[in-house]
Design a protein around this ligand. Structure first.
Ligand code: HDD
Length: 694
């Protein structure tokens, strides 16, 4: 049989037998006759060590795991491409910023930060947004987050931050959450984190899905043009679908109902051909602006408001292909902030410079050796030529004799004389921007980094009333999980420097008898920074149901015309419909047809959907009036300010759920479904949400 196998290069990972994909082999390629029974001495005798097939199978299994990422362990990667829409030669000579219409392949990995690989997707956490651009001039990695600022100003504090956020070392919990003493102890002793605290306590850390988040490069980088001139730049990702988040109570329930909510959402939309896209925006500014700006542009705890330096859109990232193999691609992808290409450079941001060391270093441990760039997902898609050689798992090895420089072999790389190997190219190669550097060596934090509260306040006052309520609730929730009273008090003392109303609301929420003292500020905050609209999610709500999902709960006798109109109406808006029914087989509609379902009611709670509609025949409407999963479906949708479409036969269920007397503008009788499909473009009926007035 082995002779029948005709080998072919079946991809970068393996050779695959051509035309015989179903023949199992060992890792050495030898066909296997039986891999389900270990070789034994007689049918009931001892196993023989001789069984190389069994031992190879177990050996490989024993070594399947690699260390998970020390942070951002849980992630999800998708292939895509970046298309430049506007060339920017005045700022950068990088090919990727100059060739309009060219599609640069990309790989993007979204992640949570604190949780381990198996943690739930809707933890309250920052989301990583890392993109590898396989450019003609080498790989450029933009390793950002969905929040434009960071907790700390200097990379040397990163291990402390992460130790404090992760499970406590003695007890090994809590998993994937910051609601515990260690985290808030560290934070309350680190005033520079206060701006970030406002962002993480906002709805940004409980996104509806990766598709509805912004992304940010965070640091100030440099762009370098052909003349060698430098401009500073900050990178932004703006989602085409707009931003959207869930409510905390919803997040908690989603984690139970579907811990893979975000990755499933991404997988499903890509499989459905509904490709998410983001615009790449740049904020470009020069040294003069940097000098005159109220804050230091090298301080990663600060933004530059879009009103001060507008975001220019230069291209679009489209994610259009799921991975073939999660481990090979999503797990083995290795991002490094130091991966930049000619036409860009770093700034002196002390967080960025420390990251440039950390990412390369961590890949060595995680991927087992220096040749991780040979793994297909990490390998550049342009020629790679250098004299680096050998090491574990070397896959792409140079040919020829020259492996050092200088050498006097004269043949160019590809004629048949002795090749001389690659030569550095001063004309087109990477050159560092000649920024003047001088000064004594010292361990200090620049005075220009000392304002910790002004932009925290600016973020807070830029939120809508609903969002501010969510922030106060989030702070109260998190600090309620902190056992030590002095930590809670210290945090409220910081909040007083940000906004007295917020501090009061949180202090009341915690039941504090007295308002704690204000924490001393290293620099008096500027209190009159104006609100900035782009900082709010709700103030920029997209007014569309595109990319969102309706949960349509049907039961026996549901009006067929209504069901059909809903499905067509939502589809026409670019949304998706998932059918929920008492049985997963579906429900028989009024016209006798069987409408298949994707979810049984207790596997499809309303927290999984952006809006819900319930259509039942008269009998079913009564039958399910006291059915617990059906009542939860209605109650949660109501509590989470969702639009609820209903057919009149469903009134007994609405009564059973106790919402019939509270029906508001968020309840829409379905009829021909038009009114409902129009209403749900608002995404939530916020008037229902009970939020304290300020
Ligand atoms: Fe980091 C992973 C983003 C600060 C050290 N980081 C990692 C990932 C993202 C970020 C998105 C996941 C990449 C992937 O999907 O594989 N990190 C950030 C941002 C930061 C930041 C936006 C601040 C602006 N990180 C930061 C500092 C350090 C690190 C200051 C160390 C001094 N980060 C790491 C790391 C990780 C990492 C330990 C873990 C796995 C990896 O790199 O590949 O090196």
């Amino acid at each position: 049989m082995a002779n029948d196998i005709d080998f072919d290069d079946g991809g970068a990972n393996h050779q695959k037998p051509k035309g015989s994909d179903d023949i199992m082999t060992t890792a050495q390629g030898a066909p296997v006759a039986d891999d389900q029974n270990w070789l034994t001495a007689g049918p009931r005798g001892p196993q023989l060590l001789e069984d190389h097939i069994a031992r190879e199978k177990i050996f490989h299994f024993d070594h399947e795991r690699i260390p998970e990422r020390v942070v951002h362990a849980r992630g999800y990667g998708i292939h895509g491409h970046f298309e430049l829409k506007k060339a920017i030669p005045e700022y950068s000579h990088a090919a990727i910023f100059n060739e309009v219409g060219v599609k640069t392949p990309t790989f993007t990995r979204f992640s949570t930060v604190a949780g381990n690989k198996g943690s739930p997707d809707l933890a309250r956490d920052v989301r990583g947004f890392a993109t590898k651009f396989y450019t003609k001039q080498g790989n450029w990695d933009l390793v950002g987050n969905n929040i434009p600022v960071f907790f700390i100003q200097d990379a040397i504090k990163f291990p402390d931050l992460i130790h404090a956020a992760k499970p406590a070392p003695d007890r090994g919990f809590p998993q994937a959450q910051t609601a515990h003493d260690n985290f808030w102890d560290f934070i309350s002793l680190t005033p520079e984190s206060m701006h970030m605290v406002m962002w993480i306590m906002s709805d940004r850390t409980i996104p509806r899905s990766f598709r509805f988040m912004e992304g940010f490069g965070v640091h100030t980088f440099r762009l370098i043009n052909k003349e060698g001139q430098s401009h500073f730049v900050k990178f932004h990702w703006k989602p085409h679908l707009g931003m959207q988040s869930v409510i905390w109570n919803e997040a908690v329930k989603v984690n139970g109902a579907d811990p893979d909510f975000h990755r499933r959402d991404m997988w499903d939309s890509i499989e459905a051909g509904d490709f998410p896209a983001w615009d790449l925006g740049i904020q470009v500014f020069d040294e003069d602006f940097a000098e005159s700006f109220e804050f230091d542009v090298l301080d990663a705890t600060k933004i530059i408001p879009e009103e001060q330096v507008p975001v220019q859109i230069i291209g679009t990232l489209t994610l259009d292909a799921n991975v073939d193999n999660f481990f090979a691609e999503t797990e083995q992808v290795a991002f490094c902030t130091q991966n930049i290409v000619p036409g860009m450079d770093f700034s002196n941001d002390p967080l960025l410079q420390g990251r440039n060391f950390s990412y390369l270093d961590t890949q060595l441990k995680r991927l087992g050796g220096p040749n991780f760039t040979h793994i297909p997902i990490n390998a550049p898609k342009c020629p790679v030529r250098h004299f680096q050689q050998d090491g574990h798992m070397a896959m792409t090895n140079p040919k020829g004799r020259a492996n050092y420089e200088p050498n006097s072999w004269s043949g160019p790389m590809d004629d048949n004389r002795e090749p001389r190997g690659p030569r550095a190219c001063p004309m087109n190669g990477f050159t560092s921007y000649e920024a003047p550097v001088e000064g004594p060596k010292m361990r200090v934090r620049s005075e220009t980094f000392a304002d910790h509260y002004s932009q925290a306040r600016q973020f807070y006052i830029s939120q809508t009333r609903i969002e501010r309520g969510h922030m106060a609730n989030a702070l109260t929730f998190e600090l309620s999980k902190v056992e030590h009273v002095h930590i809670r008090e210290r945090m409220v003392g910081h909040l007083r420097n940000i906004d007295e109303n917020l501090a009061k609301e949180v202090a009341d929420g915690l039941g504090m008898p007295d308002m704690p003292e204000k924490m001393p500020a290293a620099r008096e905050p500027i209190t009159d920074l104006p609100p900035s609209k782009p900082l709010s999610i709700l103030a920029n709500s997209p007014k569309t149901f595109k990319g969102r999902k309706l949960g349509l709960y049907i039961a026996e006798g549901a009006d067929a015309a209504t069901v059909k109109a809903l499905m067509e109406g939502v589809k026409a808006e670019g949304g998706m419909v998932e059918i929920v029914a008492p049985h997963v087989t579906g429900a028989r509609l009024s016209d006798g047809t069987l409408q298949a379902a994707q979810q049984k009611i207790d596997g499809g709670p309303s927290v999984l959907y952006d809006a819900v509609a319930i259509v039942m025949g008269e009998g079913a409407g009564k039958n399910y009036a006291d059915d617990k999963p059906s009542i939860d479906f209605v109650n949660d949708a109501f509590a989470h300010a969702k639009f609820i479409g209903f057919s009149p036969e469903v009134m007994p269920l609405l009564k059973g759920a106790g919402v019939a007397e509270k029906m508001d503008g968020g309840f829409v009788e379905l009829g021909d479904a038009k009114g409902f499909v129009d209403a749900i473009k608002d995404l939530r009926f916020w008037d229902r949400a009970a939020v304290k007035q300020d």
